[in-house]
Design a protein around this ligand. Sequence first.
Ligand code: PGA
Length: 252
Amino acid sequence: MTARTPLIAGNWKMHGLRDDAERLARAVVDGCSDLSDREVLLAPPFTALDVVAGAVRGSAIYLGAQNVHWEDHGAYTGEVSTAMLRDVGCSHVIIGHSERRQHFGETDANVARKVRASQASGLVPIVCVGETAAERAAGTTLEVIARQLHDGLLGPETTAIASLVVAYEPVWAIGTGEVATPDLAQAVHAFIREVLAGLFESQAAAGCRILYGGSVKPDNVDELMKEPDIDGVLVGGASLDAKAFLRIVRFA
Ligand code: PGA
């Protein structure tokens, strides 16, 4: 079996002024200094990337953004390019989060463009997929996820799977406190790996990290991380509290 280094990512969403962000980042840096068997990533809002970059400099903590545009530059008011993210110190970028799909019209086609642009610039995309409560109730979960992977990863130019992270985030579990059971999450993660093996090739799929996201907390992370195809977690709410996040980072 291919060894996959666990990745614990904090998605701060639209929270945190620069002072708070810097404090939180420093607390995470301090609390992770002895860890070498896992990777930790912070994804603050755009306005705090710079101070968080300063706080994590010299540590092993990675910096990620929560969105990116696919064009290099130009008349795209309000957008941020991959080069700008690289310039501020990002190594990763979250793409296709369900909140962007739900509230900002993010489509699979846009995800594909963003993934391609990110990889071309050397950013590692963390591509989010997941079904809504209605889709789960209708029994279309796997169909939805297969479509999101196919259309989001196979654009005119195929994604390089070697530098790709996938996050399974069931929409009904995000911010609701209703975490997926480890069994349920494992079943979808195994399915995602199977789809990746079909789109790319099985050895590459075996090496691809698949994170779980949706109400991950200190009291449920250990069980989730025991599952063979759960390679890390994408944490929203609990990543805003240093103590809670550091406990998640130190999953058993
Ligand atoms: P949550 O968010 O941990 O607050 O449920 C997860 C996410 O949206 O990435």
